[in-house]
Write a protein that binds this ligand. Structure first.
Ligand code: FAD
Length: 515
């Protein structure tokens, strides 16, 4: 038996530091002497610098590694995120009909013993004109009125409304680095890995750096970002592109100022559909993070930047942009031999539903859970890890594609191509065909492999004005009067929540002031 004693994380971006922190915390809790966690990062190669909008799972992760919420807010300029507002996704601007809808993080209200509300919403029991998300949660109203998801007195990472955060990605990695070294005992090295030396079995024997000579470990975690220095360059684990389904492959981004220092901060990410993609707009404490994700098959960088600047108006004056290329996809064998890739080295899904950091969190949990005590057991852990991660990626592809293919937009080649069944995975086509006659149910999904709850599928499906014809089954839903009362109670509770919850900017400033 060869005991696993040392893990070396290569790369100091969000993926590297988050994985190292999570791993170190778990190892320390179990037996501090058992495994050492080291991290090496280059001071010559920068971070990707994006990754500002997150998933509610981040709260559990930050709490698990022992970060104080106020410190996190101060150090990363973080704000609260309660969901995503989709604008111009159903139809182009200037067309009659709703301009936007909300994908909230809170699940639909469900009173114990009460009826499930979705079928009744489909049968027209909710007040006329109320979208699904607006009818079944209070969260849309809370964000419309600029309210925060929690109060100052709520414990760290908790509050009445489900939420995540938006933050400065570079500062987040720096905070994790500080916390990881000071509180969790991670040993940091600054060096650029020049190459990996493989042993006869194809495993990594050591890494060669210019600054520190050779570095050795039992397990190497490749967090070198899009370069994938270990898993790609050294081990040649293939990359499976999903570009035939998800067409976006470029982004142009900018940091934009607020019009005035006390401008309201939206507690949601705004995603506005464009002729060849979509624009993210994220409010941090002192600035906005904005970017246009587009398909290079459907537009070019010059036109994309022009459209992007047009969206920003005067906020873009004098501001530089960054252009970036990517390829939606993943490595089915992200764990090969004694190397496991986490973050962009393992895969990338366009940021429409903020899955990047959430996938890092998931990989870090899985790795920690599967970490074998014995190096010879690595193969079994790798097979499990690869199966779990690949399944997640595939399901994210379906979920994101659904955003595009349900659109009624036909105003550009990008939207026309997205509606073409040839680019829609069979697994998604099967789901959509069934949901024409019945709404999505949790049994449509394999619980542990899902990134998105059934409610997220429902919010997106009906936000995109998908039609499910429940009329033939109307008699199976006799609790209309109860459902109607329930819809009214949700509106009433929402009005009370508005009194109870503070203004979003005011809460962030107060919590930061208390640190
Ligand atoms: P990087 O940040 O690139 O870090 C790589 C690290 O490896 C750096 O420290 C570098 O110095 C080091 N390194 C590289 N090579 C070597 C070497 N040879 N030796 C030593 N060190 C090395 N995710 C979200 O969750 N939400 C979002 O809103 C979001 N938006 C995005 C928008 C865009 C346009 C893009 C491209 C991505 C977005 N993501 C988002 C994804 C998110 O940015 C990443 O998942 C996350 O930042 C993790 O990046 P990383 O740590 O893998 O890579």
């Amino acid at each position: 038996m060869q005991r696993l004693r040392k893990v070396l994380v290569v790369g100091g971006g969000t993926a590297g530091w988050l994985t190292a922190c999570y791993l170190a915390k778990a190892v320390n809790a179990a037996n501090p002497a058992s495994v050492q966690v080291h991290l090496v990062e280059s001071d010559r190669i920068g971070l990707i610098g994006f990754g500002e909008s997150t998933f509610p799972s981040i709260r559990g992760t930050l709490s698990a590694i022992g970060l104080d919420e106020r410190r996190f807010l101060v150090e990363t300029s973080a704000t609260y995120k309660q969901g995503i507002r989709f604008r111009h996704w159903v139809r182009p601007p200037g067309t009659p009909g709703k301009e936007h809808f909300f994908h909230p993080f809170s699940v639909p209200s469900q009173r114990p013993g009460g009826p499930e509300l979705l079928p009744y919403w489909l049968l027209g029991t909710a007040p006329a004109g109320l979208g699904f998300a607006d009818a079944v949660t209070m969260q849309s109203l809370v964000v419309d009125r600029s309210r925060a998801p929690k109060r100052a007195r709520d414990p760290d990472y908790q509050g009445p409304m489900n939420h995540a955060y938006q933050f400065d990605a570079g500062r987040f990695a720096m905070l994790l680095a500080e916390h990881g070294q000071q509180a969790l005992g991670i040993q940091r090295h600054v060096a650029t890995v020049e190459r990996a030396v493989l042993d006869d079995g194809g495993n990594i024997a050591k890494l060669v750096t210019a600054e520190l000579g050779e570095l050795e470990a039992d397990l190497y975690v490749d967090c070198t970002g899009l370069r994938a220095s270990l898993i790609g360059e050294a081990l040649h684990s293939p990359y499976r592109s999903c570009g035939d389904v998800l067409f976006t492959d470029r982004a142009v981004a900018m940091q934009a100022p607020y019009p005035r220092p006390d401008a309201p901060i939206p507690s949601f990410t705004l995603c506005t559909a464009q002729e060849s993609g979509w624009i993210w707009d994220i409010g941090l404490q002192q600035r906005r993070g904005v970017g246009y994700v587009y398909s290079s098959r459907h537009t070019d960088a010059t036109r994309a930047e022009e459209m992007f600047r047009r969206y920003l108006g005067h906020a873009a004056d004098g501001q530089d942009v960054t252009h970036i290329r990517f390829d939606n996809g993943y490595r089915p064998e992200a764990w090969r031999g004694n190397c496991v890739a986490v973050g962009l080295a393992g895969g990338f899904m366009e940021p429409l539903e903020s899955t990047g950091i959430a996938l890092v969190e998931l990989a870090a949990y899985l790795l920690t859970h599967l970490l074998p005590g014995d190096r010879d057991e690595m193969g079994r852990a790798a097979r499990h890890f690869n199966a779990m991660m690949s399944a997640r990626y595939e399901r994210i592809v379906d979920f994101i594609k659904m955003h595009y293919c349900l659109s009624q937009r036909r105003d550009s080649a990008f939207w026309i191509d997205n509606a073409d069944p040839a680019g829609i995975p069979q697994s998604l086509q099967d789901k959509l065909a069934q949901w024409r006659h019945r709404p999505p149910h949790r049994l449509d999904f394999v619980g542990d492999l899902e990134m998105f709850l059934v409610s997220s599928w429902q919010y997106m499906l009906y936000g995109m004005e998908f039609e499910t014809d429940l009329e033939p089954a109307r008699s199976a839903y006799p609790r209309g009067a109860e459902a109607s009362r329930e819809f009214a109670m949700i509106r009433q509770a929402a009005m009370q929540a508005l009194d109870d919850l503070p203004d979003h900017r005011a809460l962030v400033e107060r919590l930061c002031g208390e640190y």
